[in-house]
Structures are given as C-alpha cells and as structure tokens.
Write a protein that binds this ligand. Sequence first.
Ligand code: HEM
Ligand SMILES: [Cu+2]
Length: 619
Amino acid sequence: MMSRARAWLGTTEHTAIGARFITTALIFFLLGGLLALVMRLQLAVPLANVVGPDTYNQVFTTHGSTMMFLFAVPVMQGLGLYFVPLMVGARNTAFPRLAAYCYWVYLCGGLFLIVSFLSNTGPDTGWFAYVPLSGPEYSPGKRVDVWAQVVTFTELSALGVAVNVIVTVFKHKAPGMSLDRLPIFVWASLVTAFMVVFAMPAVMIGSSCLALDRLVATHFFNPAEGGDALLWQHMFWFFGHPEVYIIFLPALGMVSEIVVSCTGRTLFGYVPVVLANVGTAIMAFGLWVHHMFATGLPQLGASFFTGASILIAIPTGVQFFCWIATIWGSRPEFNASFWFVLAFFATFLVGGLSGVMLASVPLDLQVHDTFFVVAHLHYVLIGGAVFPLFGGLVHWFPKITGRRLDERLGKLSVALVFTGFNVTFFPQHVLGLHGMPRRVYTYLPESGWGTWNMVSTVGAFVLGLGVLVLLANIAVSLRAGAPAGRDPWRSPSLEWALDSPPPFRTRPTFVVSSAYPMWNGELGQVTGLAPNEQLVTRAVDAEPDHKTKIPGPTILPLFAALATTALIIACIFTPWGLPIGGAAVGSTLVAWFWPGRRGTPSFETLDRRRAEATGSFSA
Ligand code: HEM
Ligand SMILES: [Cu+2]
C-alpha cells in the first residue's frame, strides 16, 4: 500500500505527469468557469445582488488569474509533456524529475490561490495588478501578495517545463527525425518553450519586486521615492503580451495536426508554417506597449507599436492560408475535432480582427477598459486556444485512454460551445461601444445595458452546458468507449505508432525517414537499448550520438516542491521565510542531486553502441 502511494507520488513517466498537468488544468478551468458564471449572473440585470463589489473584484481577478496562470499555460505545457516525447519518438523527457517537480509546484500554487480565494483573501486588483492600486498604500492586507506569489509558483513551473521541452526536442528525437521533419505541434511547442524562457522571468521579477515593495517597503514602483509606476506595466506586459501567443501557438499547432489528420493530406506549406511560428514568437516581444496606449506615449512610440501590432496578423494569416489550402479540394472527415477547428477558424478571425482594430490608438483610447476589450480577449483566448484545445483533446483522447469518444455527443458539444460562446461574447462588443466599463460589479437601469447583458448571461450558460456535455462524453467513454486501436484517425505522426495508451518501459525507439512517418511505409527500430535507457541524438540532423539512463522514480522532487511552497508562502508573512525556506529547498535539492543514489543519470558515450544504432538506422 505504502509503496504504491510512493510509486504514484514519485513517478517520473512523462505520460503520467503530462496527464496530471492536463487534468489539473482542466479542473482549474472548471473553477474559473464557475467564477465566470457568478460574474455573468451578477451582471445579468441592473442592480443585481448576487455578489457585492468587494467579492466581485476578487472574482474577476481570480477568474482571470486562474484562467491564464492555472489553466491556459499549464494545459498547453501538459500536452507538450505528454505528446512531444511521443511525437519525436523519445522514451521520456530529458529531465523527468524536473517535470515532476514542476507539476507539484504548479499544483501547490494553484491550491494556494483557491484556498486564499475561499478564505476571502483572493487577489482583487485585476489579473495584471497595476500599481499603485496593488501597492502597499491602496491594497493593505495579503490579497495582492497571494497574487504575486501565485505568479512565482506558476512561472517557476512553466520555466522548468519549457527547458525540458527544449532539450527533449533537441536531444531526444528519434534517429532520422531532423528538424525539418518535426510534427508542427512539436515545432509550436518548441517555439513556445523559447517564448516562456524569455517572457516568464520578466513577470516573476516584477511580481517579486511588487511583493518587496509591499512587504519590506522597497520603492521599485513608488514614484514618491524615486520608483516608477509605469515600470510595472512594462514588466508585466513584456510578459503579458507574449503570454497570449504562449497560449495559442501550441493551440495552432494542434489545429495543424487535426487538419492533416482529417484531410489525409500533408500540410500545405510546412516551411511557411514553421517560419510563421518563429516569426510570431519574435514579433510578439515587440508590441507589448499596445496594452499601454492610454498611459500617454510619445507619438513615435504609439505609431511603432501600432505598426507592430498590425504586422503580427501576417504570420497568423500565413498559417490560416496554409490550413485553407490543405483543406481546399480535400474530402475532410468531419469528426468532432474537425468541427472544433472550424469553430476556431470563425472565432479566432473575429478576435484577430478586433485586435487589429484595437491596435489603432484612437479606437483603443475610446474603448479602453470597456467590455469591448473583454469581448476581444475572450475571442482570442477561447476562440484561439480553448476551441483548438478541445479539438486536440478529442483528437488525442483515443491515444491517451485507448478508447474512443462518442462522435454524436462530441458534435453536440461543439454546437453548444460555439453557439454559447458567440451569444456570450459578441454582444459585449456592443456593450463596450456603448460605454460599459469592465470590472464594474453592476450598472444602472437607465444605462440601457440590461438587454445585451441578459443575452450574454444566457449565452454563458449555454457555453457551460456545452462544456458539461464534453465532460460527460469523456467520463462515459473512459469506461464504455469503443476500443480505439493504435491509429483511429490514420494520422501520420509517431505517437500513433504506439499502443493506446502509450507504453512506457517497453516503448520502442523508432527510426524515421520522413515528416509523415506513419504514411510512408515501415518504421525501423533501434536495437540495443535497455528499458531504462534512451538515445541522445544530434540537435539538427538527429543522428544518434550516445545513450543515457532515464532517471528513475523518486519522491524527492515532491519534497523539493513542498519546500519551495513553504518558502514562497512563508515569505508573505516574514522576511525570515527566505533564509529558512531557502535552507529547506537547498537541503531537498542536495538530497535530490546526491550522486550515485537511485540511478542519477550517468552519461555514457556510445561509440560502441552507436554502431548498433546506426546499423538499424539504415534498416
Ligand atoms: C468559460 C467562459 C468564460 C466566461 C463566461 C468568462 C467571463 C468573463 C467575465 C464576465 C469577465 C469579467 C468582466 C469584467 O467585469 O471585467 C472575464 C474576465 C476575464 N477573463 Fe473570462 N470568461 C470565460 C473564460 C475565460 C477563459 C478561457 C480565459 C483565458 C484563457 C479568460 C480570461 C479572462 C481574463 C484574463 C479576464 C480579465 C480579468 C481582469 O479583468 O483582471 N476567461 N471573463
Ligand atoms: Cu497584446
């Protein structure tokens, strides 16, 4: 019994950890969704009394923060941990214990936010916590400290996963899977991981400075003492804008996988799509100031950031045209995942267009802080990330569970989610143009905003129903779904070559000779690897180089994560949290990295084995 619990807590299998990330993130999505329904109930009619102003502030802040930090990024990273190794033909991620540590840190951070919210200490200054409102003067108490530390938790976790994905892609690809043969989802995850590495430190440092201002009276953001309030906005949005691409580049990668698999065609424009991903990632770091148009920018700066914001529509447009060209004249299989992709096309287009509108300063100044922005951000986030995510979950469900979802229920959930979504959020454009501010807990009957708000609330419940249908489908199919077999969609990428659910210790290492290995004849297999070994290949051409031991299960990452949690939370209450918590984290890390215990990875250069591996490489 004890040892089973230990095995469960100590697992380092990327499929287990990936699935935990995905499941946990979906639970946070449901919690965030419940908060959204509370807001919609409160706004349904003028002068409603569901929640008061103070609770409303906590609700929208916790909703936004949950959705961004605890749902959207982790779910994409979870899918990355689960599928990137499978798709590149690795046996595990490069750093399996780091993956476990990241999961536990994320889980603790998420629970911290939820517990704080339930004990009336939920953050209440908006998901971007602008100073001076969030500073010590206007936000006494612990609410903003909770927010600042939740950011630290989640970004720490995100950084670890990103590093892991990068190294897995560069060093553990199957022999023959050169960079120009990576599945598009892997490219998207790789590019996203680099964005995480550049974006997350900005907000982590920012939120730590904010916590310092609040707890030990530093003055980073206090102009009265020589600090700079706008510095906060720069640090936040230097992360915050790339964040949205961190969320939807992997989603667009799923769209490519689904399009290819449902049309049975190779992707039109592989290279342009890859370059579009890279281009988006680079440009995404050059337009954060469009979130700050209302702070009064020099004319030249405003023009530059307008131009950059409009330009970034181009690479996404390139991806759109490549999908359309792939679908054009094919006879796609209109299954539930394909319908989610079609829902994404329509919705994301609207969100992209309202984004181009907002990039123009005069319009932005007019609708700044109104429901027009709320409509826009949900069109891009839900249309651009949640719809493809649902499509991806439907697409990969058979691989993860070995069972098929019910197609009819699947299509029903697309219809409900799509209709509900548009009924909820389209009217908010109108409300915004009519001047309804965001982040207000109520409004007067004379404002005339009542009708569209009621429509929006009804839509939100339809959307919620659609999500419930999807979940019910998942719950039923987990037990009673038809067996899926290896490759139910006749998809081309490597994960489909494995049994469903994918085996771990007995997983073969394939040898690849095209970008669509499952469509191009027999797969070769590498011989001479023990169950706890995996191949290290060269970054670009994926030639076998040497092999390494896969670090085995251990409970130490969990202990390290608990110590990290203690450190981060204790700091809110006393500066002593830092040295004491630091010592705790340090000792768990020493135990974790103590040489020679329980199979710490040893790197063995594989000249002898290399011959064997390359021998089968030509097979
Ligand atoms: C499931 C359906 C959803 C509904 C009905 C919904 C509804 C809302 C509402 C009513 C607000 C606050 C409006 C205000 O008073 O300012 C809001 C804010 C927000 N939502 Fe959602 N939302 C949903 C899903 C999502 C998702 C999936 C994400 C992100 C991936 C998201 C991200 C945000 C953000 C970032 C804010 C801004 C919070 C702030 O002002 O600090 N929402 N949402
Ligand atoms: Cu932006």
